[in-house]
Write a protein that binds this ligand. Structure first.
Ligand code: HEC
Length: 247
């Protein structure tokens, strides 16, 4: 049994203004993982710098609710984090979609804009090259359990897991799971595995933004978190009739 690394989704209405955390399990990377005292010092430093940039930003164009410009916040973020291991600073750069989602924090995206973003995400989905959607559900279970990969503490080249249980109930045997996403228990039993279901589920895992422009599920294919074979394996976990999910 594994304890999920967090039970709260990174959301785009937290500062920093992005809708995926720098690491896909929600832990931004700090230069020096500080002990309690260091953490307090860091908070002070951030508070002090924010006060300074707030002063500098007065009169600037786009100010956030706190009166700080987006550029000032971005710069502060870049100064506050360091590159280490797999975690590079380019994670702080927002995609166009993330920037739009940040701009609409707490508000509905206008329908046309939302549909355009979702369509672009769906059009860019790469379906399995050999037409095989289902791999090995046992490997899929291991991938769904694993929150390893893409973190500052991982050696470069570490194969990433999906950390699906951090947000979803999946098989019944695993009791430690998050509930940010819906339960996927009996996913295949309830939906079958017709071609449209296979394609929908693949696309959903590949790039969740295709089905909800600003939703918080990581883009496992589009962001290069999982390989095509790993995608097949988690697909099998959800859809293979022999998988514990469907029995
Ligand atoms: C950070 C949280 C998070 C993680 C990690 C995550 N998901 Fe999700 N997932 C969600 C949310 C939230 C939704 C619902 C989104 C919505 O309402 O549009 C969702 C929806 C889904 C759906 C669609 C469910 C349906 O009823 O159609 C599938 C399938 C899915 N996730 C599979 C996975 C798999 C497989 C993994 C791991 C490889 C995973 N998710 C990891 C948050 C997450």
């Amino acid at each position: 049994m594994r304890v999920p690394t967090h039970n709260k989704a990174p959301t785009h209405n937290e500062v920093p203004t992005h809708n995926e955390a720098p690491t896909h399990n929600g832990l931004p990377t700090q230069k020096h993982p500080p002990p309690a005292q260091g953490a307090r010092a860091l908070q002070w430093r951030i508070a002090a710098s924010l006060a300074v940039v707030a002063g500098l930003a007065l009169g600037g164009a786009a100010l956030s609710d706190a009166g700080v410009s987006r550029e000032a916040i971005a710069q502060l973020m870049k100064q506050s984090f360091g590159e280490r291991g797999e975690a590079r600073l380019d994670r702080l750069d927002q995609s166009d979609l993330q920037r739009i989602c940040s701009d609409y924090t707490g508000r509905e995206l206008p329908r046309e804009l939302r549909e355009g973003l979702e369509k672009a995400a769906l059009d860019a989905v790469k379906y399995p090259s050999d037409g095989r959607y289902l791999g090995d559900f046992k490997a899929g279970e291991r991938i769904a359990q694993s929150g390893v990969g893409m973190q500052f503490s991982d050696a470069p080249g570490t194969v990433a897991g999906g950390n699906c249980y951090a947000c979803h109930q999946i098989s019944k045997e695993e009791l430690a799971y998050g509930n940010i996403g819906p339960s996927l228990y009996q996913y295949g039993k309830l939906r079958g595995n017709s071609e449209p279901i296979l394609r929908y589920t693949w696309a959903r895992i590949y790039n969740a933004h295709a089905f909800g422009a600003c939703n918080s599920m990581p883009r496992f294919g589009a962001a290069g978190i999982l390989t095509e074979q790993q995608m097949r394996d988690v697909m099998a976990l959800l859809l293979d009739p022999q998988s514990p999910v469907n029995r």
